[in-house]
Design a binder for this molecule. Structure first.
Ligand code: C2E
Ligand code: MG
Ligand code: MG
Length: 737
């Protein structure tokens, strides 16, 4: 086994190069000439040998004669020329067995390839047979025997056996290198490191240097699109790019393309090695080299290629598993696991993690399908990444993107501007709505917990409809806990009958007659009233709001029943929460409710707020139309507080507009409130709708409204919301008056 040496500095730290200490292929001698060491203390013998061999070619190569006159000289020469093929060695020199001692030194030094021919001038000094065997002596001759022909024959046979030994030795070393390098390489878990190692080992195996690369043509029908996964020399800067990005006219590029197309390996021109790794990957390693490669190089490369195919398959599998664990397949964005992993790198730099819920994602999914919804996420991610890829955007959940917001970047401003942007997906221009929460990444804190905090802040932003980035703080936890407890309490209050309905009269100002009532939920928690402004949003979040609507309908039916004749022609107006207007099953639920409570549909007015229409206009419109077809009246509550009210109100099956109290409060003094009241009144006339003013408290406000033309109103001036008993008394009194 060859030792593992530290690699040259130019190569990455974690790649070990296997080198051969004795005669690495990289330093392999020039094979153009045979080096022959002639050792003899007789100068005459040197000149004769020069004369015989100096101009001779053996086995196709000329000879280089290196001369030494003592065994000491010979040692020096051998150390200087480790590629000496044959030693022509005089036995008797300074001592009678100097030659034999030198032969022993050669073998003891581990120089086993070099061939030795012993010569002696004195026939009596022939070595023993076991010495010949032990020192691996090729031939033994008396100098007198060595005629020209004999010398050449003996030299040729020594050279041939040197050549055979060298071939066997090279292949042994090469195979050892392959075994060692493969076990090293197989410890690599990622493609980049593995293929970089493969490239360096190929160069080392064949003793070549030069520019090189490895391409992966996985799933790439166009060879030019093959990805460069590793590179050495001048090509290291191309890692991560496509093969087609290499300069035109490059011989290496042409050879690599050809190898990808035809699954070819070749050592003519650049060295190209094609390796198929199941199921569908082809890797091509290419190296430019100056040195010609021989049949042995090709054979070793074939063995190497067969071995590393398994390695490529393994890293391919590991990378695929890694992709599944860390990447979102549909968008190609890194996923939540990636975010959690990458967050570990921050903590001391004041970065925050921001989570963005794309509120309109599900609408896009329902209306336009998966591809469009995914496309929308991709567009949003691209605009968050920034022009120069400044930030990484993660897909945290189905409709939630994540970003690590570093301080002193434009990231925060970029996020804040998203809500005002149009996104172009498949030639459609889409406007997305966002809820954004953010939490600080603190040193040593748990990434999952930080994300949970950002998520909580984001959920709060969604519930409150906030457009800014909601920053997580400790109060939020207390609030969230408080909300959860409150929801639990509301749930039991509903079950225990602690939630009741109060009725507020809706009056005809001109006659003072009561036209109907608004049903308003009341919750007395252990004797203390909880404001609907507090518990209605909680009911909406926890799915309890429809239960409150149903309670309103049931109590309304009971109320109208109790009024009997007086109640005839009067209606009850019940508030329906925004989230319930978006229920697919709303209409059957209402039908069922009306049936069971025996409330005639014409006696039920359903109040919805403008805000609820903005959420999913199409579905809201469909539900409203169906409710209208049942015979119910539809009122738009808090009118004027929503957005594009005027543009869509004409398209909806609406009966009544309830002008919000905020325009009534200052109507006597504020010209703009007066203007809005007048305009809304005019609009209702144009659209043929009834209009009612909310929150009238004073006679002046009433006068002002009546002057504009308002007929119907609701407010403390006429009657507060009252429990049925109290309202009954109120009505009786008015009837008497
Ligand atoms: P809303 O539907 O606009 O109901 C009118 C609100 O204005 C009621 O507040 C009522 O008490 C109040 N109000 C009426 N006249 C006056 C006045 O002259 N001055 C003042 N200052 N206020 C007046 P309330 O009962 O606190 O309800 C607040 C909101 O809570 C309601 O606004 C409605 O949006 C929601 N809500 C109440 N009950 C229900 C319910 O059963 N279901 C749903 N979904 N929402 C409800
Ligand atoms: Mg209302
Ligand atoms: Mg209102």
């Amino acid at each position: 086994m060859q030792p593992l040496k530290p690699q040259p500095e130019a190569f990455p730290d974690d790649i070990a190069i296997i080198e051969d200490d004795t005669a690495s292929p990289a330093t392999r001698p020039d094979r153009a000439r045979w080096k022959i060491l002639v050792v003899d203390d007789d100068s005459e013998v040197h000149s004769v040998t020069r004369f015989v061999l100096g101009h001779t070619e053996l086995l196709g190569r000329p000879l280089d004669l290196i001369e030494a006159t003592s065994s000491m000289d010979a040692q020096q020469e051998l150390l200087r020329h480790p590629d000496i093929a044959v030693i022509l060695l005089d036995v008797v020199m300074e001592e009678h067995d100097s030659g034999l001692k030198f032969a022993r030194w050669v073998r003891d030094a581990g120089l086993s390839d070099v061939r030795i021919i012993l010569r002696t001038g004195q026939p009596g000094y022939a070595p023993e047979l076991d010495v010949i065997r032990e020192y691996d002596i090729n031939d033994y001759r008396a100098k007198s025997e060595l005629t020209q022909t004999r010398l050449i024959t003996s030299m040729t046979s020594a050279l041939r056996s040197f050549q055979q030994i060298e071939t066997i030795e090279r292949s042994r070393r090469g195979l050892e290198m392959i075994v060692a390098s493969c076990s090293q390489l197989f410890q690599k878990r990622e493609l980049a490191g593995f293929s970089q190692g493969v490239l360096l080992q190929i160069a080392s195996l064949c003793g070549v240097e030069g520019d090189g690369l490895i391409c992966a043509s996985t799933d790439q029908p166009v060879p030019g699109n093959a990805r460069i996964v590793s590179g050495v020399g001048g090509l290291s800067s191309y890692i991560g790019r496509n093969l087609s990005d290499l300069p035109e006219g490059s011989e290496l590029k042409a050879a690599t393309l050809e190898a990808i197309r035809r699954n070819l390996s070749s050592t003519d021109g650049p060295l190209v090695l094609s390796v198929d790794a199941p199921p569908d990957q082809r890797f091509v390693a290419s190296l430019d080299h100056a040195k010609p490669l021989d049949a042995m190089d090709s054979a070793l490369l074939r063995v190497f290629a067969a071995n590393i195919a398994v390695g490529f398959e393994n890293v391919g599998l590991i990378e695929r598993l890694d992709r599944l664990a860390y990447w979102d397949e549909t968008t190609g964005l890194p996923n939540r696991n990636s975010l959690l992993r990458d967050m570990a790198e921050h903590g001391a730099d004041g970065a925050n993690v921001a989570l963005l819920r794309v509120v309109s994602y599900s609408d896009t999914l329902v209306a336009f399908g998966q591809a469009m919804a995914t496309g929308l996420l991709g567009e949003i991610a691209a605009s968050l990444t920034g022009d120069r890829g400044a930030a990484t955007v993660y897909r945290y959940a189905e409709d939630v993107l994540g970003v690590i917001v570093k301080p002193d970047t434009h990231q925060e401003a970029l996020i804040a501007s998203l809500g005002h942007r149009q996104f172009s997906v498949a030639r459609q221009s889409l406007k997305a709505r966002f809820a954004v929460g953010s939490a600080p990444i603190e040193r040593g804190s748990d990434a999952t917990m930080t994300c949970d905090q950002a998520y909580a802040a984001m959920s709060l932003a969604a519930v409150d409809g906030r457009e800014d980035i909601v920053q997580f703080d400790a109060k939020m936890v207390r609030d969230a806990r408080g909300r959860i407890e409150m929801i639990a309490a509301l749930r039991s209050a509903l079950a225990d009958g602690e939630v009741n309905i109060a009725f507020q009269p809706l009056v005809d100002m001109s006659s003072g007659a009561c036209a109907g009532f608004e049903a308003l939920a009341r919750w007395n928690q252990k004797g203390a009233p909880v404001s609907p402004g507090e518990f209605i949003p909680l009911a909406e979040q926890s799915g309890l709001s429809f239960e409150i609507f149903a309670l309103g309908v049931r109590r309304s039916a009971e109320w109208l029943n109790r009024l009997g004749k007086i109640g005839q022609g009067k209606y009850v107006s019940v508030n329906l929460a925004a989230c319930d207007l978006e229920r697919e099953d709303l209409v059957p639920l209402v039908v069922n409710l009306l049936g069971r409570s025996q409330l005639p549909p014409a006696s039920l007015q359903i109040e919805i707020t403008e805000q609820s229409l903005i959420r999913d206009f199409a579905l809201s419109e469909r539900n409203l139309r169906a409710l209208k077809n049942l015979g119910c009246r539809i009122a738009i509550d808090d009118f004027g507080t929503g957005y594009s009210s005027l543009s869509y109100i004409g398209r909806l099956p609406v009966d009544v507009l309830k002008l919000d109290r905020q325009f009534i409060t200052d109507i006597t003094s504020d010209p703009s409130s007066q203007a809005i009241a007048s305009l809304t009144f005019a609009l209702s006339r144009r659209l043929g709708l009834e209009i009612l003013a909310e929150g009238i408290e004073t006679a002046e406000q009433q006068a002002c409204l009546e002057e504009i033309g308002f007929k119907y109103a609701q407010g403390y001036r006429f009657g507060r919301p009252m429990a049925p008993d109290q309202l009954h008394d109120w009505m009786m009194q008015r009837a008497k008056a």
